[in-house]
Design a protein around this ligand. Structure first.
Ligand code: ZN
Length: 121
């Protein structure tokens, strides 16, 4: 279960309560609850379901960070001196591949979020 701090909303609730929460399944008009039935800050997926442009904004930021991390891993891999051990090369390759996959995943999520934001208009 995600803890509350990682799902704190970018913006307080308002129109966001018009959708069923994808996290806690609270119905429209009912505030989000944790698994103990205690009211919590509105879950981010619920806010983003009601306002898809917020997901686009978040994913745009995340994509920039993921791209930077991928570029950094790529540079680190390229900077390995000739004669580096196989273990170092393998590790650098794996880090780079993982960073690139993460970036691609976020790019795909961003595309999907843009489609939802466009459809919502
Ligand atoms: Zn919720």
């Amino acid at each position: 279960m995600l803890n509350e701090s990682t799902t704190a909303p970018a913006k307080p609730a308002g129109k966001t309560l018009f959708v069923t929460c994808p996290v806690c399944r609270m119905a429209p008009g009912v505030r989000c609850e944790d698994h103990n039935g205690i009211e919590v800050a509105t879950h981010r997926p619920r806010i983003e379901a009601a306002a898809p442009e917020l997901a686009v904004m978040r994913l745009t930021r995340e994509l920039a960070a993921a791209q930077a991390a991928s570029d950094k891993a790529s540079r680190a891999r390229a900077a390995l001196p000739a004669g580096s051990s196989r273990a170092k090369v393998t590790t650098a390759n794996a880090r780079w591949a993982r960073a690139a996959e993460h970036r691609d995943r976020i790019a795909a999520e961003l595309d999907a979020a843009r489609v939802r934001a466009t459809e919502a208009k």
